[in-house]
Design a protein around this ligand. Structure first.
Ligand code: ANZ
Length: 858
């Protein structure tokens, strides 16, 4: 056993203190230095960090430390996404105040994050629930309002009858509130919206300017924006003066129509059906389904026959039933459609239910027009038009264009573009959010913005949760105020903003975190932003990332900044998974409740009951397959946790957390520590000039050292952190291949120093300690990345192919200027070559140095 024992706790504490005292990671704008802005998605202060945080912040930290070593002025900040429902729920359950709960969680989580040794500029920290933060977004809201980018409109919302709040579409799961599980209702309320649709084209087009974003995220955003080109045109109604305007992306299928349908809340729906029996009940039934596309798509398709008929614009005299149908959305297209059961699955389901015609008009390739029918499901593929008069024989795109032109010529419609993207509803009827800074004058109901010099509109501290609904609304005094224009009595807006509002601009606040006058200084934000590398979970691919992109453009147009996109590079990390453990009774058990029995099987610590090991799935509270980072950090230290997280899987993939994995990382750290201390005394002093000559072993080590400098840098730049770790371990293994030959001690010192430098971003504490042990006077956090010596990078050997009678039978490694005899000796000794020339005579040996060997045998 070595006499050198690594004391994790002492060493890690020591170095964190050094970095803190030196302000190693605090930065200011420096026009002479190139900046690099690394950002990890800010955490919600739920109370404790989880392993997902550890993975996320380890990745951003490696990038930050590496870029700093590369000479960049690196901004790597941290803050708290601190508004939102969980604080209120906790407050209701525990009788605390949301602010107390939130700030004490922040303290706790900050302590935990600090113990990871992150290279963060903590001087820029903020919580989005600080009035000094949300004050500025209230100003932004007012600027948006003035520009027409924030507006109020009546709209149908998802209403959670238990939480008494509006739910975003994503918060409705299977028609139920995500938190309460209560069936969601529809209500019409006046709500605040941000006009993200005004930027639909820009948001779509500029995805092309984001090459450092994962393609899957760009595709998800593209689908979310959902730009479709189509035709908008009218159907006459027999014996009725109104017309029905529909939107279709498939005008080619018009001759395959068999019904027309309206959304339940379409203004014509009432007109056509309100006098009929059962209509009210039908509407009621539709109300019980959430408003999201998903909820509507999942619900069984039902319709109400109005009894009226629509007449086909191109087939005089042909009439089609008009339904009100639950799967038609009022806020897409025109809120009305014509149904083509042969080529749209929803229409197919509907036609089956109501016995409507199914006429195919698109013939799949290879099918026969005479015999083709649609039986089991709609045919949605490509094909040739049939049963469609002047379109017959055309391909889809041709037919679409022809039909648009035809309707335009008839003056019955026009080609148009629709987007799936809706304006962003930001109103929430909750307390723990940023108040919308407007008041309504009591005398005439006018909506009056709160003047900028009266911001922030602060949340009142004294609230009660005894009754359901919005505590701001029933607060005895808070909402009663005066109109800033006339001094008359006025009522404050009691809606607060969606918490995605805070996370849409926080990346800019970090650039100037303590500015009291404005959200951020333009020069500062133009220096630091956009973020060069953003890192977080793929679950934010659409909402957060789209909102932040929209905000950047809106802020640009309000004069806050001079660029278009907030994040030039995006990396989405995979999840952390773990085995699942179950008792005979079926109860899930936490990994730390289990132990290994003598025979190696798993048992429950407490009772000795056998444990069944189940699937490896994402860590979750429900399956209890979670490990607490706090336990890991205190048992193995931050360096080991970081190293393990980086070494086992490519960061974009899922990572399986295993005890063996973390132990492996811990052993590597201890071994590195011992190795360095054991050889320390035999090394030349720091800064000793290189000797003239090196032994072969020293040369080999130096080559590996310099290849590692380059390779690790390339791997980190490409987010191949696991490959970087593999290279680093290879260099570690190379250290013991030198002894006391010529130049070997010097080469060993060089190799150890490089090792410490290149692994420092991953395990910052132990590397600082060893760097100091080696007699260096600077700290690693302030040391530049080593330079790779080009002349040492070339490999001494090349790998060339060996052919026998023209067929590749193996490869050999030899010096590029090896003689033919040397090449022959090595090549003919290869097992596979021996096998293929066995029993034959070597007639010719062709050797092209550095390229190939060909053996002709016969
Ligand atoms: C006829 C048709 C035939 C359609 C066919 C599709 C296939 P995307 O591509 O997503 O833009 N639609 C139009 N407005 C709707 C609404 N408010 N609620 C529900 N559905 C609506 O979808 C456009 C298609 O969705 C439109 O094209 C329309 O159905 C339907 F073989 O018209 B189509």
């Amino acid at each position: 056993m070595s006499e050198y024992r690594y004391n994790i706790k002492l060493t890690e504490d020591k170095w964190r203190k050094v970095w803190d005292e030196k302000g190693s990671f605090e930065v200011t704008e420096d026009p002479n230095k190139e900046k690099y802005y690394v950002l990890a998605m800010l955490p919600y202060p739920s109370g404790r960090i989880h392993v997902g945080h550890v993975r996320n912040y380890t990745l951003s930290d490696v990038v930050a430390r590496y870029k700093k070593a590369k000479g960049f002025n690196v901004l790597n900040p941290m803050g708290w996404d601190a508004l939102g429902l969980p604080a209120e729920n906790a407050a209701m359950e525990r009788g605390t105040h949301p602010a107390d709960w939130t700030y004490s969680n922040i303290d706790e989580m900050k302590r935990q994050l600090k113990s990871m040794g992150l290279a963060i500029d903590w001087s820029r920290e903020f919580a989005t629930c600080d009035a000094s933060y949300y004050k500025h977004e209230q100003k932004m809201f007012l600027d948006f309002y003035e520009k027409g980018l924030a507006y109020r409109k009546e709209s149908v919302v998802n209403w959670d009858p238990v939480d008494n709040t509006v739910l975003a579409n994503e918060q409705v799961v299977d028609g139920k509130g995500w938190r309460t599980g209560a069936p969601v209702e529809r209500r019409t309320l006046s709500q605040w919206f941000l006009k993200i649709t005004e930027y639909a084209d820009e948001l779509l087009d500029e995805l092309q300017n984001l090459p450092r974003w994962p393609e899957k995220v760009r595709i998800m955003q593209e689908n979310w924006i959902g730009k479709s080109r189509g035709l908008q045109f009218k159907w006459d109604i027999a014996d009725h003066e109104d017309q029905i305007e529909v939107f279709t992306t498939r005008p080619d299928t018009l001759f395959g129509a068999s019904f027309v349908a309206l959304a339940p809340d379409h203004p014509l729906a009432k007109k056509l059906a309100s006098e009929q029996d059962g209509f009210e009940d039908f509407l009621q039934e539709c109300q019980s389904v959430g408003t999201s596309e998903e909820a509507i798509a999942q619900a069984e398709k039902v319709g109400f026959d109005t009894g009226y008929k629509a007449t086909h614009p191109l087939l005089p005299g042909k009439e089609y039933p008009i339904y009100i149908a639950n799967f038609i959305l009022m806020d897409y297209g025109t809120g009305a459609i014509f149904g083509v059961p042969g080529h749209d699955q929803r229409d197919f389901d509907f036609a089956k239910k109501y016995n409507l015609d199914i006429l195919p008009v698109v013939l799949p390739p290879g099918e026969d027009a005479a015999g083709f029918t649609v039986e089991e499901e709609a045919y949605v593929g490509e094909g040739t038009m049939i049963n469609s008069e002047f379109l017959d024989g055309m391909e889809k795109d041709d037919a679409i264009n022809t039909m648009i032109t035809k309707c335009e010529e008839m003056d019955n419609g026009f080609g148009t573009t629709q987007y799936r993207l809706r304006d962003w509803g930001v109103s929430r009827q909750r307390y723990w959010g940023c108040p919308v800074p407007v008041v309504y004058r009591e005398s005439d109901g006018a909506c009056v913005p709160v003047p900028a010099d009266q911001l922030p509109v602060e949340l009142p501290k004294d609230i009660d949760y005894d009754a359901p609904g919005n505590p701001l609304d029933r607060h005895p005094t808070w909402k009663h105020t005066k109109c800033p224009e006339t001094g008359e009595p006025a009522i404050r807006e009691t809606d607060t903003m969606d918490t995605f509002f805070e996370s849409s601009w926080y990346q800019f606040r970090y650039c100037d975190a303590h500015n009291e006058g404005i959200g951020f200084d333009k020069d500062k934000v133009n220096y630091w932003a956009p973020v060069d590398q953003y890192i977080g979970g793929v679950e934010h691919a659409v909402l957060h990332l789209l909102y932040a992109r929209f905000f950047t453009k809106a802020l640009r147009d309000c004069g806050y900044l001079n660029f278009d996109e907030p994040f030039t590079g995006l990396f989405t990390q995979g999840m952390v998974t773990h085995e699942t453990y179950q008792c005979p009774s079926g109860l899930w058990r936490q990994p730390n409740e289990c132990d290994r029995a003598e025979d190696g099987s798993l048992i429950l610590k407490e009772t000795g009951e056998p444990i069944t090991v189940g699937a490896i799935v994402k860590m979750s509270k429900s399956k209890k397959n979670v490990v607490d980072p706090e336990d890991i950090l205190s048992a193995y230290g931050a360096d080991a946790a970081r190293m393990f997280i980086l070494s086992d899987s490519p960061p974009e993939r899922d990572l399986e957390w295993t005890e063996a994995g973390i132990e492996g990382a811990w052993r590597y750290i201890n071994k590195t520590y011992r190795t360095v201390l054991e050889v320390k005394e035999s090394l030349p002093a720091p800064g000793t000039p290189a000797p003239e000559n090196f032994s072969d072993a020293a040369k080999t080590l130096r080559q590996l050292t310099h290849q590692t400098i380059l390779g690790v840098a390339q791997d980190i730049e490409a987010f191949h952190m696991n490959k970087a770790v593999a290279r680093i371990r290879e260099l570690s293994n190379g250290l013991n291949k030198v002894k006391d030959g010529e130049g070997e001690a010097w080469a060993l010192r060089e190799a150890i120093e490089v090792l410490l430098q290149v692994v420092n971003p991953m395990m910052p504490h132990v590397t600082e300690e060893l760097w100091e042990e080696l007699g260096n006077k600077t700290i690693l956090a302030d040391t530049l990345w080593p330079e790779a010596d080009e002349s040492l990078l070339q490999s001494d050997t090349v790998t060339i192919g060996v052919q026998v009678n023209g067929k590749m039978r193996g490869t050999i490694d030899l010096s590029p200027d090896a003689s033919e005899d040397e090449a022959k000796d090595i090549a003919l000794a290869q097992d596979n070559v021996v096998k293929f020339i066995e029993g034959k005579e070597v007639r010719k040996f062709i050797y092209v140095p550095g390229k190939i060997v060909n053996v002709v045998a016969g």
